[in-house]
Design a protein around this ligand. Structure first.
Ligand SMILES: Cc1cc2nc3c(=O)[nH]c(=O)nc-3n(C[C@H](O)[C@H](O)[C@H](O)COP(=O)(O)OP(=O)(O)OC[C@H]3O[C@@H](n4cnc5c(N)ncnc54)[C@H](O)[C@@H]3O)c2cc1C
Length: 394
C-alpha cells in the first residue's frame, strides 16, 4: 500500500495499515513531516482511533489541560452550554483532547513502521492497471503498489487525477488564527476552558495547548472581500482587534497578546460522488474537504485511516473490493459531516438578535432533555466508532 502525503490523515492511515499487518510506504512532498503552527481539537471519535493505533497516551501527554468545553455569548460571556471532560468521557466512552498540530504529527509519525517514510517525493500523477497502481513522482521515478491512497490534502493532486479539478465556492467567510503564550496575556489569567464564542457575523474558538502554556485562537467572520485560501498568509493584529471591537474584553486581551496572525478565506466544496477508481482512492481533506465549524477535518481523516485498514485487511486477497467497502463505509458518513459543518457555520454567525436568541434557546432545551449534552444536535459525530469490528458497510 502506498500513501501519498504524510499529514495527519496519511500518517494515521500508515499506522493503522501497518497494525493490520499490511505493508505500507508513505511518500511526502515536503523535506520533513511538518505541520503548521496551530492547534487541532480531537473529538472522542478521533481519540478512539488514536487509542487503537497505540498513541492515545502520548497524545494526552502533549495535550492542553482544560476541564470544560463551553459555548458563550460574544459580548457578555454568558454560558450558553457547558460540558466537563468527565461528562464527555461518561457520554462517549472517552474524552477529546486539544493538541498542537506539530506535536500530534510527531506522535503519530513516531508510530509509523521504521523505514516506511520517503520525504521530498512529490507525486505528479497516478494510474491504475488491472493488477497494480502506479504513482509517478516529480523526478520521473514511479512507485508501484497494490493500492495507492491519496492523502495529499485539500489541493489533492491524486483527486484531480482521478476526478478532475474541484469546484470551490467562496463562502463569504474568513478565518484568523494565532497561537498566544498564556503568560503574555495582560491582566487576569485567561480561563483554560475550551470555549466557543458566538456573536453576530462571527465565532471565536479558544483552547489550551501544551498543558496551559499556549492558547490556540481561531476567529471566523463574515467578509465578502478577502478571497485568498492559503493557511499561511499573515495579517496585522490591528485588523483582528478592529474586527472584534465590542466583543468580550477577555477575548480582546488574548488577541492583543498574539504577535503573529494568519488570515484565510473559507471555500466550500460539495461532497464528491466518488472517492475511488480501481486501485486508487483518496482520504482526509483530499476526499472530503470541509469547513472548520465542527473541528472535524482532521478527526474525519483519522477515522478514514481506521476504516481503510479494516477494509483492506478484511478483503486481503482483493484490494479493489477492499477499497469499494472503504468508500461505501466512509463516503456517506464524511459527506454528512461536510454538510453539517456548512450548516453550523450559518447557525454560528446569525446576525439577527431574535434568530440568535432562538438558537441559544434550542441549545438550552436540547441540553435540558438530556440526550445532547452540547445541545447542537451533533452528538452523532463524536459517538461514531471507526474501530468497531462491524464498522464496515457490507
Ligand atoms: C487552522 C486550522 C485549524 C483546524 N482545526 C481543526 C480542528 O480543530 N479539528 C479538526 O479535526 N480539524 C481541524 N482542521 C482541519 C484539519 O487540519 C485538516 O482537515 C487535516 O489536517 C487534513 O489532514 P490531511 O492529512 O488529509 O491533509 P494535510 O494535513 O493537508 O496533509 C497533506 C500532506 O500531503 C502532502 N502533499 C501534498 N501534495 C502532495 C503530493 N503531490 N505528493 C506528496 N505529498 C503531497 C503535504 O505536504 C501534506 O503533508 C483545521 C485546519 C486548520 C487550517
Amino acid at each position: 500500500m502506498a500513501i501519498i502525503g504524510g499529514g495527519i490523515g496519511g500518517s494515521t492511515a500508515g499506522c493503522a495499515l501497518a497494525q493490520a499487518g499490511l505493508e505500507v510506504s508513505l511518500h511526502e512532498a515536503a523535506p520533513e513531516l511538518k505541520e503548521i503552527g496551530a492547534g487541532v481539537a480531537l473529538h472522542p471519535n478521533a481519540m478512539r482511533v488514536l487509542r487503537m493505533v497505540g498513541v492515545e497516551d502520548a497524545v494526552r501527554r502533549v495535550a492542553g489541560h482544560s476541564e470544560y468545553s463551553a459555548t458563550r455569548n460574544w459580548r457578555t460571556g454568558r454560558v450558553i452550554s457547558k460540558i466537563s471532560r468527565s461528562e464527555q468521557a461518561a457520554t462517549f466512552g472517552l474524552s477529546g483532547a486539544t493538541v498542537h498540530r506539530a506535536d500530534l504529527l510527531d506522535v503519530i509519525a513516531a508510530a509509523l513502521p521504521p523505514g516506511s517514510v520517503t520525504l521530498g517525493t512529490r507525486c505528479t500523477s497516478v494510474r491504475s492497471h488491472e493488477d497494480v497502481a502506479v504513482a509517478r513522482l516529480e523526478d520521473g521515478r514511479e512507485i508501484e503498489a497494490d493500492v495507492i491512497i491519496g492523502a495529499d490534502g485539500i489541493h489533492s493532486r491524486v483527486r484531480a487525477e482521478l476526478f478532475g479539478p474541484d469546484d470551490p465556492r467562496f463562502t463569504g467567510k474568513i478565518c484568523y488564527r494565532s497561537v498566544v503564550p498564556t503568560d503574555a496575556v495582560r491582566g487576569a489569567r485567561p480561563s483554560t476552558d475550551n470555549t466557543q464564542w458566538l456573536g453576530p457575523h462571527g465565532t471565536v474558538v479558544l483552547y489550551p495547548l501544551r498543558g496551559e502554556e499556549l492558547i490556540n485562537v481561531v476567529c471566523h467572520y463574515d467578509d465578502e472581500h478577502y478571497r485568498h485560501e492559503s493557511w499561511v498568509n499573515e495579517c496585522d493584529r490591528r485588523e483582528v482587534l478592529d474586527r472584534y471591537a465590542g466583543w468580550h474584553e477577555s477575548l480582546l486581551r488574548i488577541f492583543e497578546a498574539g504577535n503573529t496572525w494568519y488570515k484565510w478565506a473559507l471555500y466550500d466544496r460539495d461532497p464528491i460522488p466518488k472517492w475511488t477508481k480501481e486501485r486508487v482512492t483518496v482520504l482526509g481533506d483530499a476526499a472530503h474537504p470541509m469547513l472548520p465549524y465542527l473541528g472535524q477535518g482532521a478527526c474525519q481523516a483519522i477515522e478514514d485511516g481506521a476504516v481503510l485498514a479494516r477494509a483492506l485487511s478484511t478483503e486481503r486477497d482483493d484490494p479493489v473490493a477492499g477499497l469499494a467497502r472503504y468508500e461505501r463505509t466512509r463516503r456517506p458518513r464524511a459527506s454528512s459531516v461536510v454538510l453539517a459543518a456548512r450548516e453550523r457555520g450559518l447557525s454560528n454567525h446569525l446576525s439577527s438578535p431574535i434568530a440568535a436568541w432562538r438558537r441559544d434557546l434550542t441549545i438550552a432545551l436540547r441540553r435540558r432533555l438530556g440526550k445532547d449534552r452540547e445541545g447542537r444536535g451533533a452528538a452523532w459525530i463524536p459517538e461514531y466508532d471507526a474501530t468497531a469490528p462491524d464498522v464496515l458497510a457490507s
